[in-house]
Design a binder for this molecule. Structure first.
Ligand code: SIN
Length: 517
């Protein structure tokens, strides 16, 4: 039995308990909030699995402008420079805020913060907690703070299946608890539901994350932005017992930063002269590794010379992950493969986290603020999650609940089934796309969206990726089209509502393939 508190004016409901959701809840205290999570508090979140840290321009040789320059370069011409500059400038404040909530960043003996270097950063600016276990340590500290905050009511084991709307007005949430339906009345909702890696066979995200927040917001009428930009991490641990759909452990690019090299089965470094070695941008490396695997080989990250017996001390989390897959990285090369790691697109928000629907805020990976452009710079994601959680909380604090209206009843949609969707998305909307694969995806996904059933919700998110991918007829950042290999001289971000996406999909798929095709 779930005890849903009755706040007659409607509480603020926060959906998701990764970094963005936890920060929003804490920053709203002492205002009452309900924090809703599908799993246990702070588990099944990408934040908790993050090995990188938080990028913050804190060094004496650094500045927010230098951090912005690196972010814009990685974003490949598609960042919203104003939004990016504004978010990056909040980094020092956010680090101090997290420390107030009990996060203990790694420090040098003299007490100064240790600043790490990651690929594509021109300064040392990554703060960590417990080395490569940063995400887990940060989430652990914030979960503890949440449990000690009386204004936060935590509801676990609850999945939000729909936002309840009445004529454009947000009235509540339709949730499932063990297939029983629960209606929560609220006019203010924060979606902090994370990414969509679960749509792909190979991902470093929790496997159930298929973009729930995007589905909820799109159905309610919110604009989506830049959905085609899905970032693959080049080096996920390719363990022998892996099967499609099961999340892969990450082998952080910090390992390559320490000198580990990429080799093929023969032990030969296969990166051609066109690549800037092991620290080339993620999309470039992911494509090179994928090509090697497609040609029938395997790829390994070899840290034996660079780190050897130092590996376990330097990377305790990764060492543990490797060992549980039967690999000792001190003496064995680590098998790796690309896997979906992060989604740059999402629900369009402003710099206070507001979506285009009144009363709906979105924070963290589910949102698209414009910070990341076409490709995210390493360790900017936890920064954005914390900054936007803080900002959304401040914005919400200045609003009132308004009169409570009992939401109208609605049938509980079925739990999502990803099994038919993953192969379509993986095959057609992966590292390399073209008109043929994209239109194939649209033709297969659209019937699921139109006919309903357990595939409908994940198919809707995947369809949005496909339509945005079809409309971007160039290659930029993480979006690589074999039929449009060049980058256009001038590009812009794109926003669309679900109606626009469905219209476009119907126009693009006039001759639909039968589901059995
Ligand atoms: C990594 O450590 O390689 C990933 C860091 C990130 O995705 O920001």
């Amino acid at each position: 039995m779930i005890d849903v508190p009755d706040h007659s004016a409607g509480p603020v409901a926060i959906v998701g308990s990764g970094l963005a959701g936890l920060v929003t809840a804490l920053m709203l205290a002492p205002q009452p909030v309900i924090l809703i999570t599908r799993a246990h508090l702070g588990t099944q979140t990408s934040s908790g699995w993050a090995q990188g840290g938080i990028a913050a321009s804190l060094g004496a040789d650094d500045s927010a402008d230098l951090h912005l320059a690196d972010t814009l370069t990685a974003g490949d011409g598609l960042c919203d420079a104003q939004a990016a500059g504004s978010i990056l400038r909040d980094a020092p404040e956010v680090i101090a805020m997290l420390e107030r909530f009990g996060v203990r960043f790694d420090r040098a003996p003299d007490g100064s913060l240790l600043l790490g270097l990651e690929a594509a950063h021109n300064r040392r600016r990554i703060v960590h907690v417990a080395g490569d276990g940063s995400g887990a340590a940060i989430v652990r500290a914030l979960v503890q703070a949440v449990l000690e905050t009386p204004s936060i009511t935590v509801l676990t084991g609850i999945e939000v299946r729909r936002l309840l709307m009445d004529g454009g007005r947000l009235e509540g949430l339709l949730c499932a608890h063990r297939d029983r339906s629960i209606v929560l009345s609220t006019s203010r909702v924060v979606l902090a539901t994370g990414g969509l890696g679960g749509l792909y066979d190979a991902t470093t995200n929790p496997g159930g994350n298929y973009g729930q927040g995007i589905m909820l917001a799109a159905r309610a009428g919110a604009d989506l932005a830049d959905m085609e930009f899905v970032q693959f991490h080049p080096t996920a641990l390719d363990s022998a017992d892996w099967s499609p759909g099961r999340p892969l452990a990450l082998v952080s690019e910090a390992v390559r930063g320490e000198g580990a090299i990429l080799v093929n089965e023969k032990g030969v470094r296969f990166l051609g002269a066109q690549h800037a070695g092991e620290l080339a941008p993620r999309d470039t490396l992911a494509r090179a590794i994928s090509a090697e695997i497609e040609s029938g080989g395997r790829v390994f990250l070899d840290a034996r010379v660079a780190l050897g017996q130092e590996f376990a001390r330097r990377f305790p989390t990764i060492s543990g992950l490797c060992r549980s897959a039967g690999i000792d990285p001190a003496v064995m090369p680590i098998p790796v493969r690309p896997a979906v790691h992060y989604h740059m697109g999402g629900i369009a928000t402003d710099l206070a986290g507001r979506s285009t629907i009144k009363g709906l805020w979105v924070v963290g990976e589910a949102a698209s603020t414009g910070l990341h452009g076409a490709n995210r710079l390493a360790s900017n994601s936890l920064l954005e999650a914390a900054v936007m959680g803080m900002r959304a909380a401040r914005d919400i604090a200045g609003t009132s609940a308004g009169a409570a209206t009992p939401p109208s009843c609605a049938d509980l949609p079925p739990a999502a089934d990803l099994s038919e969707i993953r192969p379509v998305v993986s095959r057609n909307l992966g590292l390399l796309r073209n008109a043929g694969t994209i239109h194939c995806a649209i033709a297969r996904l659209l019937p699921h969206v139109e006919h309903g059933g357990p595939e409908e919700d994940p198919a809707l998110v995947a369809l949005a990726i496909a339509v945005f991918a079809a409309l971007r007829q160039e290659s930029r950042g993480a979006h690589a089209r074999t039929d449009f290999p060049l980058r256009l001289g001038c590009a812009h971000r794109r926003r669309m509502s679900l109606d626009g996406i469905l219209d476009a999909a119907r126009n693009m798929a006039p001759h639909r393939l039968a589901r059995s095709d």
